[in-house]
Design a binder for this molecule. Sequence first.
Ligand SMILES: [Zn+2]
Length: 157
Amino acid sequence: MENRGMEILVGLMLLIALLAILSSSCVFAGRQRVDTVVLPIMNDMLGLTTCNGNRPLVVIRSGLDKNSIVTVLQHEEIHVSQMRRFPSCKDFARLYAKSADFRLKMELEAYCPEARAMSLVSEKDSVTRHLSVHLIRTTGTLTPLPAVEKMVRGCLG
Ligand SMILES: [Zn+2]
């Protein structure tokens, strides 16, 4: 009986996911449309960009307030444009999954506009340290902290 309940729950979750994708909205990244869906995301990520077929698909965590959605969209739209520099978004996704240094480079580019804005109201050194630690933790890079901080300072200008 418990298994049946679990099957129904999984079925319902899949249905909700499908409905969300079917009713997905489009937002603009640069001048091109981007498929966007809002879904519950299980880990602590606020958003992600993935390949749907061979098109970039932005997933935004459900339940975010308006400001967070705008911030997440700005970040994910940079990943969409990064994907579009590749012959296919699957090529990008493969390299992203394989190389920690590639992830570091891509995430630095995606976080930079937000970090630059933060450095207008917070101390540059603390923004640099905070973002560098975040990048090392989330990308799994073996690049040492001082080198990552140097990269971040380069993006802050
Ligand atoms: Zn990112």
